[in-house]
Design a protein around this ligand. Structure first.
Ligand SMILES: [Zn+2]
Length: 319
């Protein structure tokens, strides 16, 4: 029997997630293990190889039925060389030749991809982007990850850093970003930034139902901001509306740069549902040009946290 299945691995700082996909990119087996990153690079690589074996067993497949392994990992990295240059959440990971090391440990073909790219490719191949050729995805989580699919292929750029949409400058001389720039999109519209902006506004003297949490130094997140606006909190409503406007502005810029058919939003923030999608649509309508009918459709991701593993498995087929 020919190799019909591929394995996708999503390497994170806390967990390594894996899945086996069939020819139609349906997950037929899944498993996750703690990364144990503190025990060093070699330990994590050995655990990844062990996970590949475990997944194959769970899917009840022979080795020759697995066409390859795709790994989505935090960057920066070189896809062509299969090397992770550095990974902020993985201590000691500097210039790790992950692809070649894992190829040796598993004796399977391995491809390495940026985790945000892998998730975007997963949505393109098996989720919200099915049937579309040109798609851009923004994942609104701790930061903002991005991925670009053009004519059915991931667009990586000359330096493998294309799709860093979270670091598009959206406010000149705006909020400082750990990347060294100011005014990056993720400093305004990531799940973390939404809560942070509300906290700062309260500290600057504005009133909110979340005031007690701010004063006590209690952590809260974007979900609390949405809950506050649903209770009629005016500050939460303003911060949220500004967030949606920033996201709409980024869609306008993406529209003119790439003219994609679809812009997909993913990540924790999309749990807000219509509270997020409707105002983004309204602001997009207000901000975008009217001289050509080339507005992208704006939609939510459908694969949830499986997008990374499914995308990595799809890329292992040669995406
Ligand atoms: Zn930045």
């Amino acid at each position: 029997m020919a190799a019909t299945h591929t394995i996708g691995i999503d390497l994170g700082g806390t967990n390594i997630k894996g899945g086996v996909c069939d020819a139609d990119l349906r997950l037929v087996a899944q498993h996750a293990i703690p990364t144990e990153a503190e025990r060093g690079v070699e330990h994590v690589l050995t655990r990844m190889a062990g996970l590949v074996d475990e997944l194959r067993r769970r899917a009840n497949l022979r080795r020759d039925e697995i066409a390859g392994v795709g790994v989505g990992a935090p960057g920066p990295m070189s896809h062509a060389e299969g090397i992770i240059h550095s990974a902020p959440n993985l201590p000691g990971w500097v210039k790790v030749p992950l692809r070649d090391r894992l190829t040796r440990l598993t004796t399977m073909t391995v491809v390495l991809e940026n985790d945000a790219n892998a998730a975007a490719f997963g949505e393109y191949a098996a989720g919200a982007g099915q049937g579309v050729r040109d798609m851009v995805m923004l994942t609104l989580g701790t930061g903002i990850g991005g991925g670009i699919v053009l004519d059915g292929k991931l667009w990586r750029g000359r330096f493998d850093n294309a799709g860093e949409i979270g670091h598009m400058v959206i406010v000149p001389d705006g909020r400082p970003c750990p990347c060294g720039q100011r005014g990056c999109l993720e400093r305004y519209a990531s799940a973390n930034a939404v809560a942070e902006r509300l906290r700062e506004a309260v500290q600057a003297g504005e009133s909110s139902v979340l005031q007690a949490l701010v004063t006590a130094g209690t952590p809260f997140d974007a979900r609390d901001v949405v809950a506050a606006l649903e209770r009629g909190d005016r500050l939460a409503a303003r911060i949220w509306d500004e967030t949606c406007a920033y996201l709409a502005l980024s869609v306008v810029n993406i529209q003119h740069l790439l003219n994609p058919e679809l812009v997909v939003f993913a990540g924790g923030l999309i749990n807000a549902g219509a509270r997020l999608l409707d105002p983004i649509g309204r602001h997009f309508e207000r901000l975008s040009w009217k001289i050509a009918p080339d507005a992208p459709r704006i939609a939510f991701a459908t694969l949830g946290t499986d997008a990374g593993t499914i995308g990595a498995a799809a890329l292992a087929r040669g995406g």
